[in-house]
Design a protein around this ligand. Structure first.
Ligand SMILES: [Zn+2]
Length: 160
């Protein structure tokens, strides 16, 4: 639109409000793209491939893998808060890992038997964008490991 490039890091896609955290807020939902072409334009090719086509970024490549500041991880596509820094842990698997979601209702779970494996895919419950997978080998207290692509997330540090 204005031809100016906004920095990819830490920024929500154009048109995504950072206001409000309520799940399923109608104001947000109404601003979501309606076609995959619109999603492609909003997210850019790299995020589109992960978020809308279920792709996986290479392990140890993600910008948020070593992020340790307190804050919240939001859906890169719609801005919904998904994970808190308090639930992040070093899994060694090469992708940002969390033992719990901020709100169970923020995550959609789907059976995924692609690549000859039985896994559970996780998606944003609001915009249905692909996040990653969840496994049962995480640490206490949940024993779960939400394995999430950095490109599926935008990190917002807590205000001081
Ligand atoms: Zn979303």
């Amino acid at each position: 639109m204005n031809g100016r490039k906004t920095p990819e890091r830490q920024s929500l896609p154009a048109g995504v409000s950072d206001e409000g955290t309520a799940l399923g807020a109608k104001a947000h939902a109404s601003t979501l793209p309606e076609s995959e072409q619109e999603w492609r334009e909003r997210l850019g090719e790299a995020r589109f491939r992960i978020c809308r086509q279920g792709g996986t970024e290479p392990p140890f490549s993600g910008a948020l893998l070593y992020e340790k500041r307190p804050g919240r991880y939001r859906c890169a596509a719609c801005g919904l808060p998904l994970f808190a820094s308090q639930a992040k842990f070093e899994s060694g698997c090469g992708w940002p890992s969390f033992f719990a979601a901020i709100d169970e209702r923020a995550i959609r779970y789907l059976d995924d038997d692609s690549h000859g494996m039985q896994r559970t895919e996780i998606r944003c419950a609001r915009c249905d964008s692909h996040l990653g997978h969840v496994f049962d080998d995480g640490p206490p207290p949940t024993g779960r490991r939400f394995c999430v692509n950095s490109l599926s997330l935008v990190f917002r540090p807590d205000e001081d």
